[in-house]
Design a protein around this ligand. Sequence first.
Ligand code: ZN
Length: 161
Amino acid sequence: MPALDLEDLYREILLDHYRNPRNRGHVQGAASCAADGANPLCGDEIHLEVVVKGGAIADIRFTGNGCSISQASTSLMTEHVKGQRIAAASDAAHAFEVLMRTGEPPVPGDLGDIEALAGVAKFPARVKCASLAWKTLEQALADAEAGGHTLVVSTDERSAP
Ligand code: ZN
């Protein structure tokens, strides 16, 4: 039997999340916080809505358009942080930043399927695509910590409606 080709496995994970995105749509009822993220270099856009209950991410949904890496990364991110405490989600965002900077997760296995994006680290332009989800999440969570109310912000300085 041939050895399992990790690159093929990773491609399958990313294609699956791109074709069948998890947590796509809008949260039911009022979001605790929301944020818009854009990566104008590639044309990626995402809108995140988060429901925070008792210091944890009770629900998280996204809408958006863009390249397969940006949309697959957002799907993977929502799947990973849903149900997690905000502090754990922030830790995951930091681990993802290390993964994108070095191509290696700080603790192998901690990021689960997200580690399928490790190869992106070799392509700086695509790092922006993959990181959009996490930068937007951090923005949304910062707003939740600040007030716990629905705020719409943007990572690319556009003014909120
Ligand atoms: Zn992109």
